[in-house]
Design a protein. Structure first.
Lengths: 222, 222
DNA sequence: CTGTTATTCAATGAAATCATTGAATAGGAG
DNA sequence: CTCCTATTCAATGATTTCATTGAATAACAG
């Protein structure tokens, strides 16, 4: 076989894979599916797409073998096709944040809108605090996602329940909120609310999937 | 700011980055630039593009901050914008080979065309052989690339010179050829030629950039 | 079986990507 | 300054991507 023909084929095949990732909606879907399986309807609702549109994007992800399908009664649940799909997404995300000043700015602007100085701690720091029992950890995702797996000792306090839950929290300890990932806004809103009420609060920069990826302690059914 | 608007912005920005990667020519350019800086003319020649077309693709890579530009006399040299660009490319490549059976097949078919049973060894194995001095390592890339950096103790034997070089090689030791990366075909052709002439030969699956990425010993001007 | 619900499919038009062509620039050589 | 060469730019048409719409499937409930 011709050398050039061979290379054309190889890079074209790889480009197909990358093309399947090269769309904002599909990236968001992958980010969401890192939490676990979701139905088309749920995916559409979470990402603000019409169901038909979500379905189409899911087809292209499926054709690229990035997601897998499982029928569950009347529903069809999509999941990431493997650990390495999430790993690649994280790699792309980090590259984007490092090289695309615009993306980094969008995030920091948004955070500034939520509270004057947002305290951010990374997974490594939180792991240390957890070990020394120096922090209360709040999982502010929907309870369903908490039930699928969460940081060891984290409490499930979905954002809607936080206001009612406030008085149960200690004022002296640091309250750390986390949610799905670095782009998830629940944690930012939780921290803002906590601070308004005089608590010491911070958000973990990453989300649950990153925590698990790094091998820190989790509680998980499976 | 609206939550959905924020997410749209973030994922759109990231998708721009991924879109810049989502093209066979641009992937090949990144693979090539992993060897070091090249001029537009060289890039066009190596990848089989017209100069104008290569230039356009380089512009989109530049706009995404994936490559950097440096003027050198009359020429303009493009380089990868950082270590992590190569890391991401490797991640995407691996994901592609793992999830896209078609891509894996194209490669294995091509290798089968070169020799009955292609002996492949990975960087880890070669590192062990190198340490025990049990292999002769041939760098079959163009000499210019060898000069920029190569595996410790590797000999520069560009493919064209291999036939003339044959008699200097020992028949008892294993001869390991490597080139730019897993898609580089020089090494396959070198191994085929070596085997035809009764040598024990294998190719290292990865290329020089991967070897360096993994932290194995290199000789390098810097 | 019939009706219901979740999902997919097919068709459409708007927008973006791509390769080619030929002209424009910008810097070095003489 | 003028010529030369490497690179970029602008315009064109072909192809692909994308969201929307409404119809088609496929599995479950009764």
């Amino acid at each position: 076989m011709n050398k050039r023909l061979f290379k054309d084929k190889v890079y074209t095949e790889l480009a197909k894979l990358v093309k399947a990732l090269a769309n904002p909606h599909r990236l968001e879907v992958i980010d969401l599916l890192a939490q676990g399986p979701f139905s088309v309807e749920q995916i559409a609702a979470y990402t603000g797409m019409s169901v038909a549109n979500a379905s189409q994007h899911l087809q292209t992800l499926k054709n690229a073998r990035l997601v897998t399908v499982a029928r569950n009664g009347n529903f069809i649940h999509y999941s990431l096709a493997g650990e390495n799909v999430f790993d690649t997404w994280v790699e792309l995300r980090n590259l984007g944040l490092a090289h695309n000043a615009e993306a980094a700015k969008v995030i920091s602007d948004f955070r500034k809108g939520k509270s004057r100085d947002t305290d951010l701690i990374d997974a490594e720091t939180l792991a240390r605090l957890l070990q020394k029992e120096q922090a209360v950890i709040l999982d502010v995702r929907p309870e369903e996602e908490y039930n699928r797996g969460h940081i060891h000792r984290a409490l499930s306090v979905p954002l809607e329940s936080l206001a009612a839950y406030l008085k149960k929290l200690p004022k002296r300890k640091l309250i750390v909120a986390y949610c799905r990932g670095p782009f998830c806004v629940y944690a930012d809103e939780a921290v803002a609310l906590l601070k308004e009420n005089g608590y010491k609060a911070a958000r973990m920069e990453e989300g649950f999937p990153e925590w698990r990826q790094k091998g820190y302690p989790v509680a998980q059914v499976s």
